[in-house]
Design a protein around this ligand. Structure first.
Ligand SMILES: [Zn+2]
Length: 318
């Protein structure tokens, strides 16, 4: 029942997304001077998380038995992102999985950095070093986190909140931009891109709950921006290696050449009439990367959303 409803709304949002991506650079006002374009994938699970104020748990570090200490292809402490997995083992908790892999990794040649369920984020390998989760190419690049299978909607919502939070916190820890499909990707994406594994997780398990990677990305983006925090302290992020300055991307970098920080606005009203207000107590650091899930044009100015009701003028995007 849930999945039918979601499939319908996903189809709608995909259609909207493709419109916004192709036309945003050349928006032509139709009636009046306002057009609202929404590109976020609607999700009953993400709504459930928001409506019930579900908060992710904190990360538990419980170093396991994996005894290889190899750096990534860019070096120790230099992962390039996070691969999203799912265990395909119904009912096994994060602790169950950790116990099993700590015992069996040398026989089954598999190990990951973390297991996540609805109550725990269990990190079992220092993420400065590589593991064996998704074939040699991806292993040399990425942190790997497994989602445990649960049996209720509430547990699923809590588990993906935890996995998204873990993912976002690792991006922030290693000063990586959030670029869906590049710095965060599914094992399915890895299999398609490098052909070294045939696994398609977590796509099938997500679909059982009416969930998708795009919806998961929205959740990662929410935590990513929350963790980075809006700041006017001037702390700049070294964005080395990120060449993604495509304005149609969900990953944007902002800069204000005429000031010490990038201002934010909030909006009141609805799609018939938005009022734009300056946010006085928060701003974004210059040259800082952000995840954005919505584009809105008000009075001819394009804004990118970076928090529930905080928007940045597109002209600050570099
Ligand atoms: Zn996998």
């Amino acid at each position: 029942m849930i999945s039918k409803k979601i499939l319908t709304s996903v189809a709608t949002s995909v259609a909207l997304a493709s419109i916004s991506f192709t036309t945003i650079g050349q928006v032509i006002p139709e009636v009046g001077s306002q057009i609202q374009i929404t590109q976020a994938a609607t999700s009953a699970i993400n709504d459930y998380i928001n409506n019930n104020n579900i908060q992710p748990v904190s990360i538990t570090n419980q170093e396991g038995t994996f005894s290889y200490w190899n750096g990534y292809e860019n070096g120790v402490g230099k992962p390039e992102g996070v691969v999203i997995h799912e265990t395909a083992t119904p009912g096994a908790t994060a602790q169950n999985e950790a116990t099993y892999f700590n015992r069996e990794w040398s026989n089954i040649y598999t190990y990951v950095h973390a297991f996540v369920d609805n109550t725990q984020i269990l990190n079992i390998k220092n993420t400065d070093y590589t593991v064996w989760g998704a074939g040699p190419t991806a292993n040399a690049k990425f942190i790997q986190v497994e989602l445990c299978e649960v049996s209720s909607t509430d547990a699923f919502a809590r588990s993906v909140a935890n996995q998204a939070y873990y993912t976002a916190s690792k991006l922030v820890q290693y000063n990586l931009p959030f670029t869906p499909g590049t710095t965060v990707l599914s094992h399915n994406d890895v299999s398609k891109r490098w052909g070294e594994t045939t696994h398609t997780d977590p796509v099938g398990y997500f679909a059982k709950w009416g969930y998708s990677m795009d919806q998961f990305y929205d959740l990662v983006g929410k935590y990513y921006n929350q963790l980075k925090g809006n700041t006017n302290s001037g702390s700049t992020n070294n964005n080395s290696g990120n060449t993604n300055t495509n304005t149609n991307s969900n990953s944007i970098t902002v800069n204000n050449p005429n000031g010490n920080y990038v201002p934010l606005v909030s909006m009141d009203g609805d799609s018939t009439r938005f009022t734009v207000n300056k946010v006085m107590n928060r701003a974004l650091a210059n040259k800082s990367p952000w995840y954005t899930d919505k584009i809105r044009v008000v009075d001819g100015v394009t804004y990118r959303r970076v928090a529930t009701n905080e928007w940045v003028d597109q002209s600050y995007v570099i």
